[in-house]
Each structure stands twice: as structure tokens, then as C-alpha cells.
Design a protein around this ligand. Structure first.
Ligand code: CO
Length: 214
């Protein structure tokens, strides 16, 4: 039985189209990578980093998980941040969430899902932390969207507090950490104005971003 019938064929067509534009593209890529950006986003199939940013292979280092969560004890995510910052010397980290995130939705409800509950616990903590503000938002969808935004803001803060980013700043390495959110319905990115380029900016940027609608 043939499985995955179209994907290899798709790949051949894609290679042909890239080679048509730049015959040396793959040869150059094989020499190494020096992306300027690290993208930390949701695993959702509708939120692919390269396509959204209009970037080619080699231009963005990517880590994705359910609901773009950054946990200090997650060696997968922290290792990606370390490699991106210490070895590749990316200049910008983008934590990007999206409206309508299934992970955030599940975390905003109280019923038991399964193993993933342990992961969603991190987002439930965000919800609990901002409960007072969230409960003031009457429209359910608006409240859900705000939780998606607050999750990005909190995870952006976690990136800033990571040992790797703190050390990079201590060493004077230029590095900005940004929180963005993506609209699946219109394809547009929105800056949540939580851009932090040095430790002294963390408190103010966080306060302003969190209190935006409060
Ligand atoms: Co999502």
C-alpha cells in the first residue's frame, strides 16, 4: 500500500522551484546557518513560522510546542534557546501565540483532558494569576483572546528570566525578546508591545503589556 503519496512529489516540485530562482541555494545552505531570529510558537498546523514571516530555510530557528509555553525545567525548550543564543547568536527571540489556541482553550476550561493536563497546568497558572482582570471581561471570546495574549506575555517573561538570556545580556550580547500574537482568521501578526532588550526593561514592559486593557 502506498502511503503519503503526494509529499515526496511536492518536495521535488519545491526543490525545482527554489533552484529555478537560485541554483546555488541548497549548496549555500549546506555550508551552515546564521539565522537572526528564534521563533517560539504553538505547534498548531495553522501557524508555521517561515510562511508567516515570509522567510526561507536558514532564516529562522524554530521551537514549537502546544500553546507556546516556556518552562524553566523544560530542557527541550531551554536547549533550543541556549543553542540559538549562545551558538547561533540570534539577535531577536519572538514568542508568538495565536488567537483561538486549542491549548489555551483547554486550559481555560476545567474538565480533565489527560496527560496534556500537566502541560496545560502552566497556562492555568497564567489564568489564575490574571483571574481578576479576565473575569471583568464579559464577552467569552474576548476573554479567551485576552488569555491567549496574557499567555504570550508570561512566556515572554520566562524567556527573559532564563539563565541563557540573562547571561547573554550580562555579557553585552545584543538580544531582544518579543511577544507577538497571530490571527488565524486574517493571517496578521500583532506586536503585544512587550519587547525587552535588557534586564532593566523587564518590569516596565511586563506591567504595561499586562495592564493594556485593565
Ligand atoms: Co495553539
Amino acid at each position: 500500500m502506498r502511503v503519503l503519496p503526494d509529499l515526496i512529489e511536492n518536495n521535488r516540485k519545491w526543490v525545482a522551484s527554489v533552484n529555478e530562482t537560485d541554483p546555488d541555494f541548497f549548496n549555500k545552505l549546506s555550508q551552515g546557518q546564521s539565522p537572526e531570529f528564534l521563533w517560539i510558537g504553538c505547534a498548531d498546523s495553522r501557524v508555521p513560522a517561515n510562511e508567516i514571516l515570509g522567510l526561507m530555510p536558514g532564516e529562522v530557528f524554530v521551537h514549537r510546542n502546544i500553546a507556546n509555553v516556556v518552562v524553566h525545567s523544560d530542557f527541550n525548550c531551554q536547549s533550543v534557546i541556549e543553542y540559538a543564543v549562545s551558538a547561533l547568536k540570534v539577535k531577536h527571540i519572538i514568542v508568538c501565540g495565536h488567537y483561538g489556541c486549542g491549548g489555551v482553550k483547554a486550559a481555560s476550561q476545567n474538565h480533565h483532558v489527560g496527560l496534556i493536563d500537566n502541560w496545560l497546568r502552566h497556562i492555568r497558572d497564567v489564568r489564575r494569576k490574571h483571574d481578576e482582570v479576565l473575569l471583568k471581561i464579559e464577552d467569552e471570546n474576548e476573554r479567551f483572546n485576552r488569555l491567549c495574549e496574557l499567555n504570550v506575555i508570561e512566556q515572554t517573561l520566562h524567556v527573559c528570566h532564563s539563565t541563557v538570556v540573562q547571561e547573554a545580556w550580562e555579557n553585552g550580547q545584543p538580544l531582544s525578546v518579543n511577544g507577538w500574537i497571530y490571527g488565524i482568521g486574517d493571517g496578521l501578526l500583532k506586536d503585544l508591545n512587550v519587547t525587552i532588550a535588557e534586564p532593566t526593561e523587564i518590569a516596565d514592559a511586563y506591567r504595561v503589556a499586562v495592564n493594556r486593557t485593565a
